[in-house]
Write a protein that binds this ligand. Structure first.
Ligand SMILES: Nc1ncnc2c1ncn2[C@@H]1O[C@H](COP(=O)(O)OP(=O)(O)OP(=O)(O)O)[C@@H](O)[C@H]1O
Ligand SMILES: [Mg+2]
Length: 222
């Protein structure tokens, strides 16, 4: 039997929580460090965040050897692309819009083997994360289970201060959470924001966060 790609979605209902940034970080890590074949389907056609950054990087002279492919598409076509590409890659990411009502978004998510949910600890983000999990558990996971495919779901705290009160309260209840969370917590950082790239992982470290540890945790869930 031919090996087929693992499909990964970094998703949440909420906008601006770091979905596209994490997708780029993980795809870059798979390409540069794990040396596996990876492609990103940029299915958020209103923004095409990853494709747009990639274009700028190419214009600025990015070394083509270092670039994994980024395919500009949309949520309606993404499921068909997945079927076409599944034998050609080890990993396929789909960067989706947050709006599950947009055609093709639920179908795309239902094809994911790994779902990573970034969230801050603001009430609004936690609310969206709860709603997203409810939709996954009611509409997506049962269908996947019925055809015998597994789905791994993880949360990752994003733009969160480890020294904040919210984090301490969250950690006190972590055992009660319905999903596992990454230990590493990504801070709200101007440096990280500035260093956003589709093809370079910057070896960023602060007192409370190390990029290499977060990427190591990611490797362990693959
Ligand atoms: N660690 C960080 N600290 C501060 N800002 C960040 C960080 N990571 C990403 N950002 C910025 O936050 C904004 C939103 O990030 P991103 O585009 O990854 O989120 P998204 O969930 O994909 O958003 P959308 O729902 O619009 O697709 C971007 O301007 C990005 O540069
Ligand atoms: Mg995005």
């Amino acid at each position: 039997m031919e090996a087929i790609a693992k499909i990964i979605v970094v998703g949440n209902l909420k906008g601006g929580v770091g979905k596209s940034t994490l997708t780029s970080l993980y795809a870059t890590y798979i390409h540069n460090v794990l040396k596996k074949k990876v492609i990103v389907i940029d299915a958020d056609d209103l923004q095409h965040t990853i494709e747009t950054i990639r274009k700028v990087e190419i214009e600025a002279g990015a070394d083509s050897e270092k670039l994994y492919p980024v395919l500009p598409s949309n949520s309606i076509d993404a499921p068909d692309w997945l079927e076409k590409l599944i034998y050609d890659f080890d990993f396929i990411f789909i960067d989706l819009p947050g709006n599950l009502k947009q055609e093709g978004v639920v179908k795309s998510i239902s094809m994911a083997d790994i779902i990573i949910i970034p969230t801050s600890l603001s009430r609004e983000d936690l609310d969206s994360t709860g709603k997203f999990l409810k939709i996954l558990n009611e509409q997506i996971i049962p269908v996947r289970n019925s055809i015998g495919v597994n789905t791994d779901i993880y949360g990752i705290l994003y733009k969160v201060r480890k020294r904040g009160k919210e984090y301490k309260e969250f950690i006190a209840e972590i055992e009660e959470m319905p999903i596992k969370f990454f230990n590493e917590v990504v801070p709200n950082s101007e440096v990280l924001k500035r260093q956003t790239s589709t093809y370079e992982n910057v070896d960023y470290a602060s007192k409370s966060f190390e990029m290499k540890d977060m990427l190591e945790e990611f490797k362990n869930i693959l």
